[in-house]
Design a protein around this ligand. Structure first.
Ligand code: CAA
Length: 269
């Protein structure tokens, strides 16, 4: 198996984690390749998100960012993919899906902070996050068809959920890039900011707002939202009922309801 389909860490970390109170900032750090997703980056993303709750239990929200100021992520690493055979490509796609699944499985919200290009696999990783915030300078797209490729890290699954099936088809079939206006209008981007500092500040404020709420309630809500996405109404409703029942087993629920009735602020654990 070539290096492109395996995850072999090198000495310089390609993904960095910084903890700042309740906020964890995860930075994809390959700016010379516009943060393209090599197998190493994907392996690191999978590992970091799978372990974050244990490694940093005080974290209440994650900001996923790209280093260098030009791109969030410009896609899967095209150079590394050029030497893959079909079976190795499938292995790489599975790795990309595992990285996306690890982001979705984290019980705290993850905000994709896009400043620049979010293309191909980069947009797919952003779509695995709970919300996308972006600067005015950002551009989005699934340009795989320009390369004779198709989305491989979840774009055909999550993009339709974000923007609707017809718009996702149009974006994937044309491979065209969209700017911030269309990204916001289509619902892909939840909030826009004039520049990177404002973006990171806004995302931190969102995490602080989330951190004032019950961690168990937010975690259950995320799990139900992620698991219910795309399921038939009956199955999705059953998941919600299960989550509602689970909330009633938490101390936070009893504290939150008691605090409301006693007209005081809740003290969540
Ligand atoms: N993979 C590997 N390297 C990449 C890359 C990628 N996806 N995107 C950019 N780079 C590299 C370039 O090769 C270049 O490196 P060198 O300086 O060593 O030549 C460097 O980053 C800077 O890029 P450009 O010189 O091309 O910068 P630009 O400003 O002229 O263009 C861009 C920027 C429009 C984003 C252009 O780089 C581009 O089109 N990149 C590819 C985007 C793309 O097709 N993404 C989809 C990849 S396939 C995929 O993601 C499959 C999947 O779903 C899993």
């Amino acid at each position: 198996m070539t290096d492109a389909a395996t995850s072999t860490p090198t000495s310089d970390p390609v993904v960095r984690v910084e903890l700042d109170g309740v906020v964890a900032v995860v930075t994809i750090d390959r700016p010379r390749a516009l943060n393209a997703l090599s197998a190493e980056v994907l392996g690191e993303l999978e590992r970091i998100f799978a372990n974050l709750s244990t490694d940093a239990p005080g974290t209440r929200g994650v900001l996923l960012v790209g280093a260098g100021g030009r791109a969030f992520v410009a896609g899967a690493d095209i150079r590394a993919m050029s030497s893959l055979g079909p079976a190795e490509a499938a292995e790489l796609a599975r790795l990309g899906h595992r990285a996306a699944a690890a982001i979705e499985a984290l019980p705290v919200p993850v905000i994709a902070c896009v400043d620049g290009f979010a293309l191909g696999g980069g947009l797919e990783i952003a779509l695995a996050c709970d919300v996308i915030y972006a600067t005015d300078a950002s551009q989005f797209g699934q340009p795989e068809v320009h390369l004779g490729l198709v989305p491989g890290f979840g774009g055909t699954v999550r993009l339709p959920r974000a923007v609707g099936l017809a718009r996702a088809k149009e974006l994937i079939y044309t491979g065209r890039r969209i700017g911030i206006d269309e990204a916001v209008d289509s619902g892909l981007v939840v909030r826009r900011f004039p520049d990177r500092d404002a973006l990171l500040d806004g995302a931190r404020k969102t995490v602080e707002q989330i951190a004032a709420n019950s961690a168990s309630a937010v975690g259950i809500a995320k799990r139900v939202l992620v698991d219910a996405a795309g399921r038939p109404t009956d199955a999705a409703s059953a998941l919600e009922i299960g989550g509602f029942e689970e909330a009633f087993r938490t101390e936070d629920m009893h504290e939150g309801v008691a605090a409301f009735l006693e007209k005081r602020e809740p003290r969540f654990t």
